[in-house]
Design a protein around this ligand. Structure first.
Ligand SMILES: C[S@@+](CC[C@H](N)C(=O)[O-])C[C@H]1O[C@@H](n2cnc3c(N)ncnc32)[C@H](O)[C@@H]1O
Length: 277
């Protein structure tokens, strides 16, 4: 057996040798081997000897550009734990703004209904179900592998009974579903021409189908806005790229949506666009 202190020392040596950040080694020790921050500081917890070799393999993957979340297999979002595999986009902190906005808008509704388009890891659908305990959600994705990860996350977070997962290509229109109180989406929105300039850890490791939004990045917003199955007075809610909120607001305006609102992130950039049908 190895103590956490011994493993930390080995990890720092590997990290230095690979030119990797030492904090990556600590992150892997905590999330791969179930070590809490306190246990990391105290350093006395014992782990199997094999942890040293596993840590070395993980650090090598990290030094080749693989995101830490895929290496340890999970990410935190809205204070909940989500399993992630290379089949799903890693949930981003900016998406929490979209979810928090909707929780605030729908907290006093009795049994609101949502359709989450492009659910990926299920981070939006599962968080809405968790923090709005009477909500029902239908979550769509074109990727069967992503839907399987999302369904696992719904079960792990205790909300599987209120989410239906459906395999569907939204470019074919909406499946036949009852009109919802809210259609929400964080769709693929990177312009095709910008894919090559993304960071290597995104471009080479995250699923391209979760990123490419067409020539101007707006294909999914046009499609979803045109055919969203919403009740009258229902809300269409999007995350957008940092420079797309005005253009997405205009797409909603042209489709007759009212009360269009753009919500900025902490840096003042519009990242959430809302409209009322
Ligand atoms: C940007 S990711 C968002 C994932 C997750 N909702 C999140 O916020 O982290 C977009 C998702 O849309 C899905 N997607 C891509 N093309 C699609 C299509 N034509 N129809 C339905 N889903 C699609 C991808 O598989 C991916 O899971």
């Amino acid at each position: 057996m190895l103590t956490v202190d011994e493993l930390k020392k080995i990890g720092f040596e590997y990290a230095d040798k690979l030119g990797a950040d030492r904090s990556a080694s600590e992150f892997i020790i905590m999330h791969k081997f179930g070590v809490t921050r306190t246990e990391l500081i105290i350093g006395e917890k014992r782990l199997p000897d094999a942890a040293a070799e596993e840590l070395r393999v993980c650090l090598e993957r990290f030094s080749r550009g693989e995101p830490l979340q895929y290496i340890v297999g999970s990410e935190e979002f809205m204070s909940l734990e989500f399993k992630v595999t290379p089949d799903v986009l890693i949930p981003r902190p900016e998406t929490e703004l979209l979810v928090e906005t909707l929780i605030d808008m729908f907290k006093d509704f009795a049994a609101p209904t949502f359709i989450d388009v492009g659910t990926g890891s299920g981070c939006i659908a599962v968080s809405l179900a968790k923090y709005l305990p009477s909500a029902r959600i239908t979550a769509l994705d074109i990727s069967p592998a992503a839907l399987s990860v999302a369904a696992g996350n719904a079960t792990a977070n205790g909300v599987a009974d209120r989410i239906d997962f459906i395999g569907h290509d939204i470019m074919l229109g909406f499946p036949s579903l009852p009109a919802a109180d809210c259609v929400v989406s964080n769709p693929p929105y990177i312009r095709n021409g910008e894919i090559l300039s993304l960071d290597k850890n995104v471009r080479e490791f995250e699923p391209l189908s979760a990123l490419c939004g067409g020539a101007d990045g707006l294909d999914f917003y046009r499609r979803i806005t045109k055919c969203a199955v919403l009740k009258s007075g229902g809300v269409l809610a999007y995350e957008t790229g940092f420079d797309q909120s005005e253009a997405v607001g205009e797409i909603l305006r042209r489709q007759g949506f009212k009360d269009i609102r753009i919500i900025p992130d902490l840096e003042g950039r519009g990242r959430v666009v809302l409209g009322v049908k």
